[in-house]
Design a protein around this ligand. Structure first.
Ligand code: ARG
Length: 566
């Protein structure tokens, strides 16, 4: 039953206005005390030539209560509707428990493909905290779109091409030691890469050597290609270890190198469309009318660059997936790059390119640590993840919590805490990493939300043997129960908002509010305590059961797993 729809229908019948117009006008009152749904009568004033308060009063008189509407108040120019609480709670809790993990899902995406490109680290370089931000946001968006019925492809656009590989090959030939590399691939590759830069400062001929190696690589030379592949494979072993820890999977790892033979066509198309102009020897698309720098397509030495590969990748994705949306989750410092390439594609008359969406995010500040790869003093991500897990374990041990498997629980909470931190605010905001906030079991954090779930599960475990499947929900109509159930009802809206704005934080905020409301509910509505009347107990248990289902689904959309006890 859709309570809102029912009221919209009634108003349509009474006012003779278009249903769509009414649906647009109704709103949720700012304060729960003002009712569950409000209809502003101001737009009717012109048509009816009456003052809005009078219209509201007359409409209220004509609207009688029924099984859905408890009462209607006319306040100022507004009609305030109060739902029949018992009916709403019965209906919603029944629907949630009936749907289980499908509650909140939609088929709005059916038949449509969404590509979510995220993570995209650079091989032979550390997977840094910005890549983790991208991974958290992209992984969550992929899950959110899937939940809404879209066919989703998760893409990892690895940074595995460019002149830096000439340098790495040169460095490897001079100082590379396979045994050391295989033990700790990225640290070792980074070490020789840093050494290359130090040595090249003293002896610039190294740069020429590196350029030659890259040229060989581009020409498909066997030995250099084998080395490049070795670096890539070794790097992927490490990246995949991090993805496993995070529970993240990709459908494709086609990186920049994959497009190295697909760029000639792009250059040709742009040339045919007369979009290329010469600038200081380079071939560029001039974008000065937009007040932004030109998009370089071919450098003065004829080499393609990052942007060229991205344009080739977009064309390939269009042909391969015929996407509705092609989302790029990449940090804000690259906002201009995406603006440029999207504009070039538009000027090439690729209509489908309007489906390309740039989804940026802010900076991450790790107090006291720098993040440059040139100098080698970087934060290794795996260390950050492990530190979070370790700290969680200490907290659990200090709290003397009873858990089945402390390794598993610390891992889920420790990882969840990090993911939550990235999804807590609007993504364009900068983040300051703080263990105290991340692992604050009482604050807005993953442990706090996960604790809410575990608490609910522990109540349900204590209720084992009590059959609450047919509970009479009219026995649980307190204010706190009602607030909680209204939140359960709006889960799907939060997910749609998140997809609409490509902002997982809508789901994050939703689940945090749900857990807050749940805490309040079980504090003011005792469940397993002595003296709670049997039917009331059953009704409250059914609510707890429904809440647990939704916390689990919502956290799942953030990539966070629940634990049964903590
Ligand atoms: N590898 C790049 C980096 O680490 C990110 C790639 C972003 N995606 C893209 N299609 N350009 O900065």
């Amino acid at each position: 039953m859709d309570f809102k729809e029912h009221i919209i229908d009634k108003l349509t019948e009474l006012t003779g206005l278009e249903k769509a117009a009414i649906a647009k006008a109704v709103e949720t009152p700012p304060d729960e005390k003002l009712g569950d749904l409000a209809f502003p009568c101001f737009p009717l004033a012109k048509v009816l030539r009456k003052a809005p308060p009078l219209i509201a009063k007359e409409l209220a008189e004509q609207l009688s209560s029924d099984e859905i509407i408890d009462r209607v108040d006319a306040v100022g120019g507004y009609l305030n509707f109060f739902y029949n609480r018992a009916a709403f709670i019965t209906d919603t809790v029944g629907a949630v428990r009936g749907a289980g993990e499908n509650w909140g899902k939609s088929d709005m995406g059916s038949g449509k493909t969404v590509l979510v490109e995220y993570s995209s680290p650079n091989i032979a370089k550390p997977f840094h905290i910005g890549h983790l931000f991208s991974t958290a946001v992209g992984n969550s968006l992929a899950k959110i779109y899937k939940f809404l019925g879209y066919d989703v492809q998760s893409l990892n656009h690895l940074g595995d091409w460019g002149t830096q590989f000439g340098k790495l090959i040169s460095a490897y030939k001079r100082w590379g030691d396979p045994a050391l590399i295989e033990k700790d691939p990225i640290k070792e590759l980074l070490k020789i890469y840093v050494k290359f830069h130090e040595e090249a400062e003293k002896d610039p001929s190294l740069e020429d050597e590196a350029r030659e190696y890259f040229k060989k690589l581009e020409d498909g030379d066997e030995e250099t290609t084998a080395l490049w592949k070795y670096f890539k494979d070794q790097s992927l072993v490490e990246f995949k270890r991090v993805y496993d820890m995070l529970g993240v999977e990709f459908d494709s790892y086609n990186g920049e190198a994959f497009y190295s033979d697909k760029m000639d066509e792009v250059v040709e198309i742009l040339r045919d469309k007369e979009l290329l102009v010469e600038s200081e020897g380079a071939q560029v698309v001039d974008l000065s009318d937009l007040n932004i720098p030109p998009c370089i397509i071919l450098k003065s030495d004829g080499a393609t660059i990052y942007a060229t590969r991205d344009i080739a990748a977009a064309l390939y994705r269009h042909r391969t997936y015929n996407f509705d949306k092609n989302i790029y989750v990449v940090g804000l410092p690259q906002a201009l790059h995406f603006k440029q390439i999207f504009e070039v594609m538009k000027r090439a008359d690729w209509e489908w390119s309007s489906g390309c969406k740039y989804v940026g995010f802010g900076l991450v500040k790790l107090p006291g640590k720098a993040m440059s790869t040139r100098h080698g003093d970087v934060v290794f991500l795996e260390e950050v993840l492990n530190e979070s897990i370790e700290k969680t374990r200490e907290i659990i041990e200090n709290n003397n919590s009873v858990v089945d498997d402390i390794d598993d629980v610390s891992k889920k909470i420790g990882i969840g805490a990090i993911l939550y931190t990235f999804l807590k605010n609007s993504r364009e905001k900068d983040i300051v990493f703080s263990w105290d906030t991340m692992l604050d079991f009482d604050g807005e954090s993953a442990p706090y939300c996960m604790y809410g779930y575990a608490r609910g599960k522990s109540i349900l475990r204590r209720a084992e043997g009590i059959d609450y499947s047919g509970a009479d929900l009219s026995k649980a109509v307190s204010d706190d129960a009602y607030t909680l159930v209204k939140l359960l009802n709006s889960f799907g809206d939060a997910v749609k908002d998140a997809a609409d704005k490509n902002e997982p934080f809508y789901v994050n905020r939703y689940v945090t509010n749900l857990v807050k409301a749940f805490n309040k509910f079980y504090n003011t509505n005792p469940i397993m305590k002595d003296g709670v009347e049997e039917e009331t107990k059953k009704a409250r248990l059914a609510i707890v059961d429904a809440v647990c289902m939704v916390i689990k689904s919502a956290l799942g959309l953030l990539g966070i797993s629940v634990v049964e006890s903590m």
